[in-house]
Design a protein around this ligand. Structure first.
Ligand code: HEC
Length: 405
């Protein structure tokens, strides 16, 4: 910080002391941040803060013990976020970046408490948002921040939006119950048996409060009988999933859906199954303790022509837990999937696979993640080989692929 900004800051402290007549610890914390950013903006912010709410959090934490989340929010956050949580207009707040509208359920419900907790503790920079959103780690206790988040959660007045806390980490094969706005590129390399490299592009998009549709486009490279490689688009699929039940209190969410797979891939090149396949499925996701989770996914597939492909039932489960670096940082999520499938014909045996994997977040926003795993057949190994899987996941609702790093 240079001399002018120190001068500026001291001046502001004096003005504020004069205006509020109280200790101005918190305001000054905001100003430290704002001054180092831009003196003009800081002046506007300070005036906005004073005009909108003189004493802010001047009271010592002991005096604030009995305050509700709403009262704390009104003391500490209104200058920028507005008493109604919709964000102050530009002329009042004095800076460009628009604060979020906390009454907009579409925007706020997908956010997990942990994300807000980290932003309120460490400031916007914790998730690569604007630094104008200050850090409150030194001004508010964990319990107070918890109460404020509780208040923010009351600002979405509509019912039926599943909470982002139930959006548990994604496994490779086991479908999770939470409806998502994300794009996933998965590469599967099968180095033995029927050698292949397949890339699957999955696009998921939420509809309304509880729905989600998805489009799945595979691009396959497959070694044919003569040893030559075929390349091309595989069987494109479209699916819809709907949340039937969700409860943050019990940490559970239940969805059901259907998929239709079209025979777009060339059958002769080994890129597609040659039949239309209908699938119906159900999925349950359950939080376990603070950072653990379980997904269970089951369903059956019915092809349009059972001569070409059999009916099949499948059951899948994924269990894992996340470890966060420095409480709010990068998330490492080891998990393991157990995958079972059986053709619905008499005498058919079940195929069992196990798929240990590790997912890690890459971006500061936590919206771009990578995962790697190995799928190992547990039986029928003469016919089925091990494959290596990698995905890159982009939660596009949280920001551009290149923003938030
Ligand atoms: C100096 C102005 C200012 C103050 C004071 C302020 N905020 Fe913010 N806050 C912002 C801005 C601006 C953003 C949006 C940042 C962006 O989008 O890059 C923001 C973003 C947030 C977010 C992220 C929401 C999302 O989109 O996920 C949360 C949570 C938040 N603020 C909570 C609070 C709470 C709670 C307080 C009071 C304890 C507070 N803020 C005080 C300006 C402020």
């Amino acid at each position: 910080m240079d001399d002018t900004s120190i001068l500026h800051r001291t001046g502001l402290r004096l003005i504020l002391k004069f205006l509020t007549g109280k200790s101005i610890v918190l305001l000054c914390a905001h100003l430290n941040m704002a001054v180092s950013r831009s003196t003009r903006a800081s002046l506007l912010v300070s005036l906005a803060l004073v005009a909108a709410h003189p004493p802010v959090l001047c009271a010592q934490s002991g005096d604030r013990a009995g305050m509700t989340g709403e009262q704390l929010f009104k003391k500490a956050c209104v200058a920028c976020h507005g008493a109604d949580g919709k964000g102050q207009p530009p002329e009042v707040r004095g800076f460009e970046t628009e604060p979020p509208d906390f009454t907009d359920c579409h925007l706020t419900t997908p956010e997990a408490d942990l994300d807000w907790d980290s932003i309120i503790h460490l400031g916007g920079r914790a998730r690569s948002f604007d630094r104008i959103m200050p850090s409150f780690a030194d001004e508010l206790t964990d319990a107070e921040i918890g109460k404020i988040i509780g208040h923010l959660r009351t600002l979405c007045a509509e019912r039926g939006w599943p909470r982002g806390d139930l959006n548990l980490p994604r496994a490779f094969v086991t479908e999770k119950a939470f409806p998502e706005n994300e794009a996933v590129l998965t590469t599967t390399i099968a180095p033995s048996h029927e050698k292949s490299v397949s890339n699957e592009f999955l696009y998921e998009h939420r509809v309304g409060r509880r729905g989600q549709y998805e489009i799945n486009v595979p691009l396959n490279f497959q070694q044919g009988d003569g040893g030559t490689w075929g390349a091309g688009v595989g069987d494109i699929a479209a699916a819809y999933k709907h949340v039937l039940f969700d409860s943050l209190a019990s940490g559970s969410i239940v969805s059901a859906g259907g998929e239709i797979k079209f025979p777009t891939g060339s059958e002769s090149k080994g890129l597609g199954g040659g039949v239309t396949v209908l699938e119906a499925f159900g999925t349950v996701s359950q939080m376990i303790g603070a950072n653990g989770f379980l997904h269970v996914h089951t369903g059956f597939e019915v092809p349009s022509d059972t001569e070409k492909a059999p009916k099949e039932a499948f059951w899948r489960a994924a269990v894992g837990t996340s470890f966060l670096e420095h409480r709010f940082g990068r998330a490492w999520t080891p998990m393991v999937e157990v995958l079972g499938a059986r053709e619905i014909v008499s005498g058919a045996a079940s195929e069992w696979d196990v798929l240990p994997q590790m997912q890690v977040s890459l971006s500061t926003r936590q919206h771009v993640l990578v995962s790697a795993g190995v799928r190992v057949p547990l039986n029928d190994r003469a016919d089925r080989g091990t494959s290596v899987l990698i995905y890159l996941l982009w939660d596009w609702f949280d920001g551009g692929l290149l923003s938030g790093w």
